[in-house]
Design a binder for this molecule. Sequence first.
Ligand code: NAD
Ligand code: DAU
Length: 368
Amino acid sequence: MRTYLVTGGAGFIGSNYIHYMFGKYGDRIRIINVDALTYAGNLENLKDVENRENYTFVKADICDKGAISEIFAQNEIDRVVHFAAESHVDRSIRDPEVFVRTNVLGTAVMLNCAKAAWELPDGSFQEGKKFLHVSTDEVYGSLPEDDNAFFYETTPYDPHSPYSASKASSDLLVKSYMDTYHFPANITNCSNNYGPYQFPEKLIPLIINNALQGKKLPVYGDGRNVRDWLFVEDHVRAIDMVQEKGRLFETYNIGGHNEKQNIEIIRIILEALQEMLPANDPRRAYVKEDLITYVEDRKGHDRRYAIAPDKIRAEVGWEPETMFQEGIRKTIRWFFENEDWMKNVTSGGYQKYYDEMYGGRKQIGENR
Ligand code: NAD
Ligand code: DAU
């Protein structure tokens, strides 16, 4: 039975990955999920798998070399899928150091422990061992507003935020292990994800949550920054396909050609909420464009991201399956059906974060 060591499995994409993998492979695989349970990690995301015999949760920090090497010593790990990271750009602008620690040092520890466990006396690696580093398109920087400009695997790195600089550094560390030791790894660079279990600091869940509560919908700058949105299930399926069918030592970009301006996203969400709220639901009265509020821009705000997924399509056979209009409705339905999840994650620390992040942000206009 193949054993996966998943880091950050209690977060948004990691928990979707674990659900996907058990859905696909059932009892044919074993998953060990190592997560430090920061504000972004939530074991509620994994309630329906926690009693499986082929699932183990270990609460540990990926920077803790002793704890990580112990996991490798106690288990025959075949695959590492490395999600754990500090992931929110706005937080990185306020507090960069924890991003360097987790994203750079944590990745170095993961690489080092996997290398120590998998390396043979002659410097080669045990057959079949693979490390997949989950990364982001933000490492490539910002694209011009030109429909023909895309991020390719060959695009030079040009990160701007402390978050993307730390992810770029972690990618380079993985590349250095591949180049120096011939360490069996892949890197995937994915565009913006959305879907179930996403923490409401990110645009889509924040807008859904605020709109349902009649709170203002904060739009940074002119609202015309472009992101390339991908339903999370398409991302986790791509990760599995890269480990199964991709060539080792290669980088694969993952994205679905679904570029949208932020303001478009907000309007689509409002429209879908209006359509999906029951006719007698009192929230229909205020879920409207009047809630849109333009606020001071994010510092160093990248203008446009857009992935060219040509390589993963050609070599791995991956294609996105969920179109945005369908994915956003699935996401909203999930939030409707999981109101307690939202209540739990927004109690306590979230309110403090929200006040700090948005309380001091200058409002620069109403709906326009
Ligand atoms: P997330 O913030 O929802 O989850 C991160 C998880 O990592 C949490 O469970 C957290 O507890 C855990 N973690 C944080 N620090 C840790 C540490 N020191 N030790 C152990 N665990 C720790 O993030 P996400 O959105 O699920 O992103 C997962 C990965 O995918 C990240 O590497 C991110 O850079 C990458 N990525 C995210 C997106 C996106 O749109 N969200 C897109 C492309 C790539
Ligand atoms: O591109 C992949 C990246 O996507 C991932 O690597 C990151 O982990 C993930 O957080 C995401 O980064 P973004 O900064 O693009 O996502 P975020 O949801 O924070 O913001 C999306 C866009 O919406 C961005 O242009 C900023 C804008 N925004 C965001 C928030 C939270 C607003 O206008 N208002 C908001 O309140």
